[in-house]
Design a protein around this ligand. Structure first.
Ligand code: 2HA
Ligand code: ZN
Length: 271
C-alpha cells in the first residue's frame, strides 16, 4: 500500500508539471506492518551517514532513487525506488529492496533529518516527505523578497482553502545548495514549526501522514501562487481575504492558523 501510494504520487507529480527531468524525491517512514508486504532481502553493505539520525534508529524508509524521473518511477519501481534499513544507532543505512544499480535520492540528508523532526513533532503520525518543483511558487521567489510571515499573508489571502489546507504555514528558507547538509539542517529547523517549507528559487519540502496529504498541501499552496499570477496578469492584486476573514474561515473548521502570520489589522494585505 505504501509502495502503491508512492508510485501514484510520482505519476501525479509528473502530470502536475512539477517534476521536470530528475526533479523531486519522496520518502516514506514505513510502519512495521508495511514491511511484510514488501519482498525485503537480507541487506547489502552499510553506508555511513554524514549526519547520524538516532531518532530513526532501526526504521525502514521507502525512498526514490537519485536521478530517477518521476514520470517513470511507476514503470520500474525496483530501479527507481527502494527500501533502506537504518542501523541500530541511526548512523548508517543499507538497501533491503529495490534501488537496483543505483543509490538513494541526492536529498537523503534533508529527508532523514526532516523525518526525525516531524516524527517527534507529529507524535509519529507524519510518515511521508515529498520534495517537488511547483513553478508558480518558485516564480514567487523571483518577484520580491519574502519571509514566512509575508509569504503566508499573501497565500492565505488569495483563496479561503489556503489557511485550511496549510494552517501551519509554508516556511520560507533563503537559498542553500541542493543536497547539502546545510539545506538539510535549515529545513529541519523550519520543520520544527511548520509542515511545509519553500526552498528559495528551488521548490517545496512537505511532510504529512500520507503521500496524498503531502501532495494536497503542496497543491493548495501552488494553487494560491497560480491565482496570484493570474490576478497579476489581469492587472494586479488589489483586494483579497482580510486577516479577519481568514481567521473566520479557520475558526469555522476549528483550525488554528500558525501564530505570527495574521496581524491584528483588518484590511487587505499590501502585496
Ligand atoms: O532530485 O530535486 O533537489 C533532484 C532534486 C534535488
Ligand atoms: Zn529539487
Amino acid at each position: 500500500m505504501y509502495l502503491d501510494d508512492l508510485l501514484l504520487v510520482a505519476d501525479e507529480l509528473a502530470r502536475a508539471g512539477w517534476a521536470e527531468a530528475n526533479a523531486g524525491n519522496v520518502s516514506v517512514r514505513l510502519p512495521d506492518e508495511a514491511l511484510a508486504e514488501l519482498p525485503l532481502g537480507p541487506g547489502g553493505p552499510w553506508t555511513p551517514l554524514a549526519r547520524p539520525v538516532p531518532e530513526l534508529a532501526g526504521e525502514h524508509m521507502l525512498v526514490t532513487a537519485r536521478g530517477c524521473q518521476m514520470r517513470l518511477v511507476s514503470r520500474r519501481p525496483q530501479r527507481d525506488c527502494g527500501v533502506l534499513e537504518l542501523s541500530g544507532d541511526g548512523a548508517a543505512w543499507r538497501v533491503r529492496w529495490g534501488l537496483e544499480g543505483t543509490t538513494p535520492t541526492s536529498e537523503l540528508p534533508s529527508h532523514l533529518l526532516s523525518h526525525a523532526v516531524r516524527k517527534a513533532r507529529s507524535g509519529g503520525a507524519e510518515r511521508v516527505i515529498l520534495h517537488t518543483h511547483p513553478p508558480a511558487l518558485i516564480a514567487l521567489c523571483h518577484v520580491r523578497a519574502w519571509d514566512t510571515r509575508s509569504l503566508n499573508q499573501l497565500l492565505w489571502s488569495l483563496h479561503p482553502e489556503g489557511v485550511c489546507l496549510f494552517p501551519g504555514a509554508l516556511a520560507y528558507l533563503p537559498f542553500a545548495i541542493p543536497g547539502s547538509v546545510e539545506i538539510a539542517e535549515q529545513t529541519c529547523a523550519a520543520f520544527a514549526e511548520h509542515a511545509m517549507v519553500l526552498w528559495e528559487y528551488h521548490g517545496v519540502f512537505a511532510s504529512a501522514p500520507t503521500a496524498d496529504a503531502a501532495f494536497g498541501m503542496v497543491q493548495a499552496a501552488e494553487k494560491a501562487a497560480v491565482i496570484y499570477r493570474d490576478a497579476c496578469a489581469m492587472g494586479g492584486v488589489r483586494r483579497g481575504l482580510s486577516p479577519a476573514q481568514i481567521r473566520q474561515v479557520a475558526a469555522s473548521l476549528g483550525i488554528t492558523p500558525a501564530p505570527g502570520i495574521l496581524g491584528e489589522e483588518d484590511g487587505s494585505h499590501a502585496v
